[in-house]
Design a protein. Structure first.
Ligand SMILES: [Mg+2]
Length: 238
């Protein structure tokens, strides 16, 4: 599968191709709502407790890869602490925690960026394999399919399945192995450290999307690097 000529774009997921309002905070809120509606807790009651303890908060540590159930079980203490600090009783908290994996991956909670599919289609059209590379939970490949990205994505690499988080070089190496990457590899993401610094540290070119750089702009920059004619012949937005 490894071929020097295989072109690959590694795409970050959250904040790049998709967004989920409130991410984990809103997941905890929505998982608890039907169980303890009277508590009236909102996503804003949880964020501080969710800013430590997940594997992506310690990317220097390489973990043993586990079953999906074991991965979720390893996050149990993070969820329990967040609920406990917000005043949720143990029994309600445990019932809500059991719902978190389903709520987190509820497809309707995720919003696809409007230029995600056009950007993926453009890089695919000039011969790039599109690979999602994300610090995520185990079931990310299912979500990618549920969001209709399947036709545009050659592989989905989630840190939960690798045992390493961006910017750890190990997850970039694994993604390139899975993609059969050659010399021409790009990373596109919104996080300066995990995506950009992580990719550059292993010798990849990286484009940070966000204010001033859309997914469309990133796709144009990648296409231009190949010398291929630019589709439509017009310049990208600035
Ligand atoms: Mg991101």
């Amino acid at each position: 599968m490894r071929n020097r000529t295989n072109r690959v774009v590694l795409w970050d997921f959250d904040g790049t191709l998709v967004s989920r309002e409130g991410l984990w905070s809103s997941t905890l809120e929505k998982a608890l709502q039907p169980i303890a509606p009277g508590l009236g807790l909102a996503a804003a009651d949880f964020p501080a407790e969710l800013s430590v303890g997940f594997p992506w908060h310690s990317p220097d540590i390489v973990r043993v890869t586990q079953s999906a159930a074991a991965w979720w079980a390893a996050q149990h203490s993070v969820f329990l602490r967040a609920y406990t600090v917000a005043g949720v009783g143990r029994e309600d908290a445990e019932r809500a925690i059991a719902e978190i994996p389903i709520e987190y991956y509820r497809p309707s909670a995720w919003n696809l960026a409007e230029d995600a599919i056009p950007a993926l289609a453009r890089t695919a059209a000039v011969g790039y394999r599109n690979v999602i590379l994300s610090n995520h939970a185990p079931e990310l490949p299912n979500l990618v399919a549920d969001l209709g990205l399947g036709p545009w994505i050659d592989a989905t690499v989630t840190s939960a399945a690798v045992g390493a988080e961006k910017p750890n070089p190990r997850i970039f190496a694994r993604a390139m192995e899975i993609a059969g990457a050659g010399e021409d590899v790009w990373m596109v993401g919104d996080n300066r450290i995990a995506d950009i610094a992580g990719a550059e540290a292993v010798g990849l070119r990286a484009i940070q999307v966000g204010p001033g750089c859309t997914l469309t702009d990133a796709a144009w920059q990648i296409i231009q690097s190949t010398g291929a004619p630019l589709p439509g012949g017009s310049a990208p937005s600035q």
